[in-house]
Design a protein around this ligand. Structure first.
Ligand code: GLC
Length: 487
């Protein structure tokens, strides 16, 4: 059976900053026909109470001119094996991403070097190293060079998945080379080369990986165009033969209103009206919104960043609530966007509730309470909130981009899953919102049927997991062929 090592900077429920954490938590378990193990740093801020992590082995890594000791811990959760690398000098932190590129460069370069040392130390020889986002980019180059002259690595192949092309980890070139000790050519003309004497680890991953995937088919096309390519579109066009889009799935064991561990009252497609009425009232009371079960309640649940269209919500807010809607906005993010959200709450009390922190439990309650979920993203590689929302019977109102376009088919009589708009403008967004609101108030039957379609839509991992398996196995066959000289 094909052996896959899934390498990630975050993984729920141990540590999660965004969608990557959810994908890392659910994709490995959905792969049935290959053996997948997950490897990640053992951050000091990681929640390790859900799996019983036990010391497994210790080894040394050459880094920053000395031998650094690394301890590896092993644990299992829901049938998936996790390996955590512990090295206090590098992984002591309050969050995996400090927002300081020097710290992050050092942390993830160390992680890469440790990964390269741990495999021979354990005699563990995966066929596929599945890398995720820029944090793991240097590893693609390390495998590429190492396998040329080290038979232990000769058959290993890399898959690099882009969860978000915007974050590239760009940093000082000399420092990156000092940390990774990759050859000069990698920095001068190869994968790390970037403007103004910087290094770009995302580009490095895309340059050296054997296959590139991203998390929806539409985003796979979009990133090959300058508008969405974040400066890497020409490289992605050059490599288009190895680029593909595989839509993310949802783990319905975790995200389902029938079993959600954060909900005290559960509901199903049959009882959705009562379930939602209960949570709506609770939320309205909690946030001083007028208690009115007929009010159209829209939610925004996302990281508060430029990507997610928070500015569009702000520009449109007055119009959205002018017809009686209530809006609740939650999620954490950067200072500017947190201020925008806070400000909305202050300007429109009793209409807009702002709760700009990320709280898993609250967000689940909000999915349950809301009639609609707003996702006017500028770009969206896949998007998970719209998938969760549909399962909880909240109708998505989304911009037609990336994974939102692939998952939210526009509403039509007896078809479609949500309300969709194209232009990134207040008018276009307001129109889609108004269309949703109108259906909710004026044709409750059609609205309820739409909610039923959303709740029954299948966005589980099954089909996508089979596609990853096919990709892994194709690469293994290719590697075997290369070994026998293509005979
Ligand atoms: C990132 C993207 C999001 C995607 C997630 C998981 O957070 O912004 O669209 O769903 O990664 O792949």
């Amino acid at each position: 059976m094909t052996q896959v090592l899934f390498v990630t900077a975050e993984c729920a429920p141990f540590i999660k900053a965004g969608g990557l954490g959810d994908v890392a938590a659910s994709l490995p378990g959905a792969i049935r026909n290959c053996n997948v193990r997950v490897l990640m740093p053992y951050y000091s801020c990681l929640h390790d109470d859900r799996a019983d992590f036990r010391f497994f082995a210790a080894f040394y890594v050459d880094f920053e001119g000395g031998h650094r000791r690394v301890r590896i811990y092993h644990g299992e959760l829901d049938g998936v094996s996790y390996y955590l690398l512990q090295a206090p000098d590098y992984f002591t932190c309050n969050t995996p991403y400090e927002g300081d590129c020097g710290v992050e460069t050092r942390r993830f370069a160390f992680f890469a070097c440790a990964l390269m040392a741990v495999m021979p130390a354990l005699g563990y020889q995966p066929d596929i190293i599945h890398l995720n986002d820029w944090h793991t980019g240097p590893i693609a180059a390390m495998i590429y060079y190492r396998r040329m002259h080290d038979s232990f690595f000769a058959k290993m192949r890399t898959v690099f998945t882009i969860h978000n092309l915007r974050y590239q980890g760009v940093c000082d070139r000399n420092y990156m080379q000092y940390c990774t000790r990759l050859p000069d050519e990698v920095f001068n003309s190869g994968g790390m080369a970037w403007y103004d004497w910087t290094a770009n680890p995302m580009r490095c991953g895309l340059y050296y990986a054997d296959r590139i995937t991203t998390v929806s088919e539409r985003y796979a096309e979009e990133i090959q165009q300058p508008e969405f390519g974040e400066g890497l579109d020409s490289l992605l066009r050059d490599r288009r033969e190895v680029v593909s889009g595989i839509i993310n799935g949802l783990d319905y064991k975790v995200f389902s209103p029938e079993t959600d561990r954060y909900l005290n009252v559960h509901y199903s497609a049959e009882t959705v009206r009562e379930g939602k009425a209960y949570y709506k009232e609770r939320l309205q009371q909690e946030f001083n919104l007028p208690v009115d079960k007929g009010a159209f309640l829209a939610a925004s649940i996302s990281r508060l960043t430029d990507q997610k269209g928070i500015d569009l919500i702000a520009q449109t807010a007055e119009r959205l609530i002018s017809r009686g809607a209530q809006i609740v906005i939650t999620g954490d993010g950067d200072g500017d966007h947190t201020r925008i959200v806070d400000d909305l709450g202050r300007r429109f009390p009793g209409r807009i509730a702002a709760y700009p922190v990320f709280n898993e439990s609250f967000s689940r309650t909000l999915y349950a309470a809301a009639d609609a979920l707003l996702m006017p993203s500028r770009f969206e590689p896949c998007g998970l909130s719209q998938l969760i929302a549909m399962r909880y019977g909240s109708v998505p109102v989304v911009r037609r981009t990336g994974g939102l376009r692939d998952t939210v088919l526009p509403y039509g009589e007896n078809t479609g899953l949500g309300f969709v708009f194209d232009d990134y403008t207040p008018d276009a967004f307001d129109q889609a919102f108004a269309e949703a609101e109108r259906l909710y108030h004026q044709d409750r039957r059609a609205w309820d049927a739409l909610v039923q379609r959303d709740m029954h839509a299948d966005f589980s991992w099954d089909a996508s997991a089979r596609r990853y398996e096919a990709l892994y196995n194709a690469l293994v066959a290719e590697a075997a062929q290369a070994q026998t000289g293509g005979l």
